[in-house]
Design a protein around this ligand. Structure first.
Ligand code: KIV
Ligand code: NA
Length: 265
């Protein structure tokens, strides 16, 4: 097995071979997820909720992200590694964004992810032109939950959908090598994916994207309380965590997860 690369991910997108991605925050899970055949490990700023017990991702620091990216890179062999640029680490200037992205790359990330379209276009151009691949996270963006007015599906009306399509094109033109859509109508995500030259990963975006991502602790049913609609418990009926993660990879590849009517919008 060869280490995952950006050209290989682009090829998977082009050929319709689904990409399986999960969040990962430490070395133990990194080696297990790698072993299970997960294509991409995301050090998500969801670690603020999952590991730190916070109510949002906003308090997560760049230092937190660097630490967990380092931990994941220690346990990993094959997967592509994406690390989130946290809240307040890329907003003030392109230069600050580059410094934050470079810190994550030094800790072991292959790509960085940031939230939003429009104002982020010049930031994406600046970072990717200088050699760090960027994934742009659109749709529901947890870092700006307060501005969005809550945990809401995005792009439901015509204007919102048109804006999302326009922003996707602008980001790709600026050099974004991947897009990620959270909580958008399945039909819209499928349409954007079909038109996109780069892989599109979805969470709560239906089965029509190039790949899927879930928060690890959600799909292992460790997260307490009520889970979002797009989460599925992959531990159910499994005797081990490895089997559960393999089940997730298999279902993503076979397009049996997600089911639009059950997990989608
Ligand atoms: O932080 C995170 O876990 C994420 C995924 C949910 C896409 O950004
Ligand atoms: Na995130």
């Amino acid at each position: 097995r060869k280490p995952m690369t950006l050209p290989r991910l682009a090829q998977m997108h082009a050929s319709g071979e689904k990409i399986a991605m999960l969040t990962c925050y430490d070395a133990a899970f990194a080696s297990l997820l790698d072993e299970a055949g997960v294509d991409i490990l995301l050090i998500g700023d969801s670690l603020g909720n999952v590991l730190q017990g916070r109510g949002s991702t906003a308090p997560v620091s760049l230092e937190d992200m660097v630490y967990h990216t380092f931990c994941v890179s220690r346990g990993h062999k094959w997967a592509w590694i994406i690390a989130d640029l946290p809240f307040d680490s890329y907003h003030v200037s392109k230069e600050e964004a580059w410094k934050s992205a470079a810190a994550l790359v030094k800790a072991g990330a292959h790509m960085v992810k940031l939230e939003g379209g429009g104002w982020t276009v010049e930031t994406v151009r600046f970072i990717s032109e200088r050699g760090i691949p960027v994934c742009a996270h659109l749709g529901f963006t947890p870092q700006t939950v307060n501005a969005l007015g809550g945990f809401k599906v995005q792009g439901r009306d015509e204007a919102g959908a048109a804006r999302m399509k326009r922003e996707s094109m602008e980001l790709v033109e600026a050099g974004a090598a991947m897009l990620l859509y959270e909580m958008v109508p399945a039909a819209l995500a499928a349409e954007i994916t079909a038109a996109s030259p780069v892989p599109v990963i979805g969470i709560g975006a239906g089965v029509g994207t190039s790949g899927q991502v879930l928060v690890l602790h959600d799909m292992l049913n460790i997260t307490p309380g009520r889970k979002p609609r797009f989460v599925k418990n992959f531990m159910e009926g499994q005797a081990s965590v490895l089997a559960a993660v393999k089940g997730y990879v298999d279902e993503v590849k076979a397009k049996t997860f997600p089911v639009n009517e059950v997990h989608g919008f």
